[in-house]
Design a protein around this ligand. Structure first.
Ligand code: CMC
Length: 426
């Protein structure tokens, strides 16, 4: 039976089809709205707009559910490797042993970065933010690796290069920013261990891999691997919709993720907690500021466009803080401040009424600090984790039979037709 909603305007009735997703979520298909009625919809920030149909990630913001290709993120965080998770997102299913082995070989083969890119890195001013550098360098990959003639092969190799090289590039930017020798990837190390080794190995102090640290990074990256149509993923899809190359689309995603309301929040949370520590623990003052409508300050790491309950990723990150820090014999005063801040905010009516709970960024910075990642690299860590999701979403959009160039409309509110006045008469 046809399912539709009725739209009535000045006696005219229009029927708009209802489209239902596999988890029962409903949408009104307005793709013919303007053609049939002359109307467009107005939805600033797209909070009520589905930009595509997607089979990759399911979120239920009311129940706090997150699944990749149907598998709960909790199960992946407990049992999967990051590489398996990337394969799952990008290829739609978990790999078997042979596929995973071949995937590892392929990623290893592509993990080196063109030597000429190093001179690019060295020219960035020392104070440059690593997210700006990463976004530029990912875009520059097109210049170093021109397109292949075979479109299928080119698409596969771009995906492989990105997964293999972004990790190397991120570690490289850290080493260069410190004026240290770059450490090359090693084929005998797994994905997370390889990254940690490139970040922290040095000729004067060889890096000792620690299972708890590697595991924490694995969980962090899995939790960040996809989150359906968020700001950076939408940026990747929108830029990709112009049939721009994948490197440019991912570069746009990295730029979007940099923002403090999105991925940059993990850095902003640590800065906020450090400010509280410096001021002698004025948690009430911070909560008061966050509620003040005349103050642009927001409680960083709190609130989410979709989750109106506890972010499932934040639950895992909080638990990780409680298990990882004692294992590494770390006592981080910022963890105590974060817990007190959460407790105070969650008792406060403003936060209760606005459904504001900790999001993934609230506790993730404390985990990253514990494994030795410097604060200005936090959002880069998020970007490496989100890469499989961006790639999966880009790939899905490339093969979408309903694909269209992304081009929203607007309601114009400027002056109506106005005569040009020559400069001497103004
Ligand atoms: N502190 C204080 N008030 C808040 C906060 C916050 N962190 N978040 C939302 N609000 C209030 C906001 O002031 C508004 O109040 P009112 O309706 O009275 O004017 C109401 O809640 C709704 O806010 P909104 O900005 O319309 O809601 P949104 O769904 O667009 O916000 C958000 C989502 C993430 C931008 C916002 O919660 C925020 O700015 N949080 C802090 C930054 C942050 O932690 N970002 C990381 C998000 S999770 C990682 C990721 O996936 O990117």
């Amino acid at each position: 039976m046809e399912d539709y909603v009725k739209l009535e305007y000045k006696g005219e009735v229009y029927r708009l089809p209802v489209v239902t997703g596999s988890e029962g979520e409903k949408s009104v298909d307005i793709s013919k709205l303007r053609q049939v009625t002359g109307f467009i919809t107005l939805d600033p920030g797209y909070a009520n707009t589905g930009s595509c149909s997607s089979a990759i990630t399911f979120m239920d913001g009311e129940k706090g559910i997150l699944r990749y290709r149907g598998i709960p993120v909790e199960q992946l965080a407990e049992k999967a490797t990051f590489k398996e998770t990337a394969y799952l997102l990008i290829n739609g299913r978990l790999p078997n042993q042979e596929e995973l082995t071949n995937y590892s070989i392929l990623l290893n083969d592509h993990s080196l970065v063109h030597e000429d890119m190093r001179s690019f890195y060295q020219k960035f001013p020392r104070a440059s933010h690593p997210m700006g550098i990463l976004s530029s360098m990912v875009n520059a990959l097109r210049s170093f690796y021109p397109a292949l003639a075979d479109i299928e092969e080119e698409s596969t190799i771009m995906v492989t290069r990105l997964l293999a090289k972004v990790r190397t590039m991120a570690a490289m930017s850290y080493k260069i920013s410190r004026g240290h020798r770059v450490v090359y990837p090693r084929s005998d190390l797994a994905y997370c261990a390889n990254f940690l080794n490139m970040m922290f190995d040095s000729p004067v102090r060889p890096y000792e891999l620690n299972e708890d640290v590697t595991n924490a990074l694995r969980v962090f990256w899995i939790l960040h691997a996809d989150h359906e149509q968020n700001c950076s993923t939408s940026a990747v899809r929108i830029v990709g919709s112009a049939r721009t190359n994948l490197y440019a689309a991912i570069s746009a995603g990295i730029a979007a993720l940099w923002g403090p309301l999105h991925g940059g929040a993990n850095q902003a949370v640590i800065e906020m907690l450090s400010d509280i520590q410096r001021d002698g623990g004025s948690i009430e003052h911070v909560v008061k500021r966050a509620k003040d409508k005349n103050d642009p300050f927001r409680l960083m790491g709190f609130g989410h466009r979709v989750y109106k309950t506890y972010d499932p990723r934040a639950k895992i990150m909080k638990k990780m803080c409680d298990t990882l820090l004692p294992k590494l014999t770390i006592r981080d005063p910022l963890l105590d401040i974060a817990k007190k801040l959460e407790e105070t905010a969650r008792k406060d009516n403003y936060f209760i009424e606005h459904n504001l709970y900790p999001n993934v960024d609230f506790y993730s910075g404390i985990v990253l600090r514990a494994i030795g990642i410097p604060t200005n690299m936090f959002t880069v860590m998020f970007a490496i984790g989100r890469l499989p999701g961006w790639i999966a979403q880009w790939k899905e959009s490339m093969y979408d039979p309903n694909w269209k160039l992304s081009r929203p409309r607007q309601i114009y509110t400027g002056p109506t037709e106005t005569e040009f006045i020559p400069i001497h008469q103004r």
